[in-house]
Every structure is written in structure tokens, then in C-alpha cells.
Design a protein around this ligand. Structure first.
Ligand code: RAT
Ligand code: ZN
Length: 442
């Protein structure tokens, strides 16, 4: 089927067969629609706009391979449901020791049917590895023979991921050291400037900024301090070529408010984003350290009030906002807000919502209220290989939802070309995002 093919309702096929004969356009009968949409969704490359991956030059910060897949914090939270040992005993084990326990409890003693467990098997299977022998040592040997730089290319090819946006934090000591060594940039890897400490723990962040030579004072968010914060944001935006500035927010976040974050956002972050023409990405609804014993796996979710977002979008119509929200209950309000504000772009099914039943629900909700003017998914991968499963599992859902929607159009007599389906799929997977980021006049 070529780019000019059309999808037809059954009762129109005779007329169009004649048309096809005249123009050599291949017709796509309605029964083929599903397969066509699935194929297009499967083969269209995506831009992964939020991950915790690093380009290979960042060395040990780039996680990959079977042990990192198994000790992913999503699986750590799950294994503690089966463990009776003290948390500290688990943390005192080596990475391999932790992975052994996770493999034993979540894959051998129980069937790996949770989304994160199933994901590990999808990765192994798509890499051509034998999952049925359940042989962890054999898997380890295969991974230890891989070369990281080549393996990045392989995973991106298998996952059909064209670009990966890293989460880059100047407040992360290890990462700063790598930026200080001026790593050669890999054009496939983009940057997002993550500033949680700046907005959520100003006193501590202020000391760090002062240590890095910025003339800031925690007690006074006066002109000098705020202009130095802007200098800090400008330095890092240029240095990492940030595509956006990003923060995750607790459920009680309000804007405007008396909290330091309000002044910092209003007088430093928003003017900065405006000046550099980059979006401010907000991720509300995360309740950090619900159970600190679980470390990185200990964060949770709570319902959040999106009034802050309405205030941002209406008060700063010339700043672009990106948003993904954690609570399921926020999703409807969020999409309605996006209908009201063209400077708001919704993206991805974040973290605890990145499970098939919610991806399905949220994607329908978004398509039904926003068409294709949002970004369907991001992987949030922390381990490179995860892009394979995260994207495959999501694509199956996108194809199913889109197929149903197109079917409704065709049954109404609308004709669809393959090129139009491709256009829509591209837009949902990075195209609408790029347009949003570069749209003049906002
Ligand atoms: O999904 C995750 O891995 C979380 O731990 C968070 O990193 C979250 O995605 C975030 O960006 O804060
Ligand atoms: Zn994340």
C-alpha cells in the first residue's frame, strides 16, 4: 500500500475500485484498516521526550543490561511485597544480589505478570534471548559481551526511537562532573534542564548556587538574587542546550503562593523560558518518600489541585507549558485545560499511569478531547533497554485506539489516506511536540 492509498467504507469500494484503476491508487478495504494502522504505528519512529537515560559519553550514568533491568525501582517496590528481610539487608546486597532476589521472587516464585515484570521479558524476547530456560547466568553472559555504544544503537533501532531526551540536573554532583569535562554531544540525545531542588528546597539550592559563584542569598529573593538565578538558568540552558526546563511538583503545590517557589517561578523561571523560547515542563502529583525505607522506590501519588496550572497558562500566555500529571483523577481536568490554553501541551502517561489499562483510558480521553494535539507517550526509562518494552507496550494500545477512531470515520463515509494516518501517528509521537515548541507568536 502506497502513500496515496485510501481507506474505504465497504459500500463505496466499487466506485473507488474504478477510481483506483484509473489512478493506480491501491485501495485499502475496511477489513485491512486495523492491520494497516498497527503496522504504521509499529514502524513510525518516536521522539522520547522524557527519560532518565544518558548518552554513552556519560559512562556509568547510562544504565543497561539484565541486572539494571531487574533492580529498576518499579521492581524493587514489587519485590518488597514478598520479602521478609529488613529493608537494610536488601540494600546491603550487591546489585547482582538484589537482582537475584528479584528474579527469584517476581519471576520464578510468582508469574511475572505485573507491567514492569512483563516488560523485562518483552526486552529479552525482542533482543532474541531465550526467556523460557529462565537462566539468569546465561542472560548475564550475553549482556556482558555487549559494547555499550553499539548497544545504544541497537536498542534505539529495536524500539524505533529516533531521539531520547535526558533529564539533566546541575544539582547532581556526578552529572556536573561529566558536563565539566565537556562531553561530545550525541545528536540523538537531547537535554531537559531539571530544577527540582531550586524550586522545592530553595535554602539548600541557594547554598549550592553560592558555592558555584552566583551572588544569591536565601533569605532575600531580591532583584540581585533573582537575576543571579536567571544567570544560573541561562548558563545551564546554553551549556546543555536544554529543550525545556522541568520540575516535578508535590500535590500541595500552589501558584501563586507565599512559598519561595512562587517568586522563583514568576521572576526567574518564567522570564527565562520566555527569553530562551523554551517550555516550562511541570509534573504534578508526586508525593516523595512515602516510604523512605524503599529509597528511590518509595515515592507515591496523591490527588493534586491543578489551579496552579490554570493560573500559569492564563497569566503567562506567551510562555509554553508542558505537563504530565501523576494522579489518574487529574487527567480529565488536565485535558479540558489544554482545550482552553494553546500554550499548554499534555504529554505521556507518567510513572504509575504507565500501565496498559490507564494508557488506554488516557489515550482515548486525550484523542477524544484534543485530537492529535498532544504527545502520546514518553518512556521515563531509567535503563536503556526499557525503551524496547515501554514503547512496544504503548504502541499496541495507540494502534488499537486509533484504529477504532478511524473505523468510525470511515463508516461515516470519510476517506483516509495512508499518508494521513502516518501524519497523525508522527504528530502523536513527537510531531505535535516539535510544532508546539517552535510555534511562533505564543
Ligand atoms: O518514573 C520514574 O523513574 C520516577 O522515579 C521519577 O524519576 C519520575 O519519572 C520523575 O521524573 O521525577
Ligand atoms: Zn521521570
Amino acid at each position: 500500500m502506497g502513500f496515496g492509498s485510501r481507506v474505504l467504507a465497504g459500500n463505496e469500494s466499487t466506485a473507488f475500485l474504478w477510481f483506483a484503476h484509473m489512478t493506480a491508487t491501491t485501495l485499502i478495504p475496511l477489513p485491512d484498516l486495523d492491520a494497516l494502522v498497527h503496522r504504521i504505528v509499529a514502524e513510525t519512529e518516536v521522539d522520547d521526550i522524557h527519560t532518565h537515560l544518558y548518552q554513552p559519553a556519560f559512562g556509568p550514568l547510562l544504565l543497561w543490561g539484565i541486572d539494571d533491568l531487574l533492580v529498576y525501582h518499579y521492581l524493587v517496590a514489587e519485590v518488597f511485597r514478598h520479602l521478609t528481610i529488613p529493608h537494610e539487608t536488601f540494600w546491603s546486597l550487591t546489585k547482582q544480589g538484589q537482582a537475584n532476589l528479584i528474579w527469584h521472587h517476581l519471576f520464578l516464585e510468582n508469574s511475572p505478570i505485573s507491567e514492569s515484570c512483563r516488560g523485562v521479558l518483552t526486552v529479552l524476547n525482542r533482543l532474541g534471548l531465550d526467556v523460557k530456560s529462565r537462566d539468569l547466568s546465561a542472560l548475564r553472559s550475553w549482556f556482558s559481551a555487549q559494547n555499550p555504544a553499539e548497544y545504544v544503537t541497537r536498542c534505539m533501532q529495536v524500539a524505533r526511537v529516533r531521539s531520547i531526551c535526558m533529564t539533566n540536573s546541575p544539582f547532581d554532583q556526578e552529572e556536573r562532573m561529566i558536563w565539566d569535562s565537556n562531553p561530545v554531544r550525541d545528536p540523538r540525545f537531547k537535554s531537559g534542564l531539571r530544577i527540582d531542588p531550586l524550586l522545592l528546597s530553595w535554602e539548600t539550592a541557594c547554598k549550592e548556587l553560592a558555592g558555584w559563584g552566583y551572588r544569591v542569598r536565601s533569605t532575600e529573593l531580591n532583584e540581585q538574587t533573582l537575576s543571579e538565578v536567571r544567570r544560573f538558568l541561562a548558563d545551564w540552558t546554553r551549556r546543555i542546550q536544554a529543550a525545556y526546563v522541568m520540575v516535578s511538583l508535590p500535590p500541595e503545590f500552589r501558584f501563586p503562593s507565599d512559598h519561595d517557589s512562587s517568586a522563583l517561578i514568576e521572576r526567574a523561571v518564567l522570564p527565562h523560558c520566555k527569553e530562551f523560547g523554551i517550555p516550562f515542563a511541570v509534573m504534578p502529583g508526586v508525593r516523595r518518600a512515602v516510604n523512605p525505607l524503599l529509597r528511590l522506590a518509595g515515592d507515591g501519588v496523591s490527588a493534586c489541585d491543578l489551579t496552579f496550572l490554570r493560573n500559569l497558562c492564563s497569566g503567562w500566555p506567551d510562555v509554553r507549558f508542558l505537563i504530565t500529571a501523576l494522579p489518574r483523577e487529574s487527567q480529565h481536568e488536565l485535558v479540558v485545560l489544554a482545550r482552553k490554553f494553546r500554550n499548554l501541551h499534555v504529554f505521556g502517561c507518567w510513572w504509575f499511569t504507565n500501565i496498559p489499562c490507564l494508557i488506554d483510558e488516557m489515550t482515548r480521553l486525550r484523542i477524544e478531547l484534543l485530537g492529535t494535539s498532544f504527545t502520546f507517550q514518553h518512556s521515563d526509562a531509567r535503563v536503556l533497554d526499557q525503551i524496547i518494552y515501554k514503547w512496544e507496550h504503548s504502541r499496541v494500545i495507540l494502534a488499537r485506539v486509533l484504529s477504532e477512531k478511524y473505523r468510525g470515520l470511515v463508516l461515516n463515509g470519510w476517506q483516509l489516506t495512508e499518508a494521513e494516518v502516518r501524519r497523525d501517528v508522527v504528530n502523536l509521537n513527537g510531531g505535535s511536540f516539535s510544532k508546539f515548541c517552535s510555534q511562533p507568536g505564543l
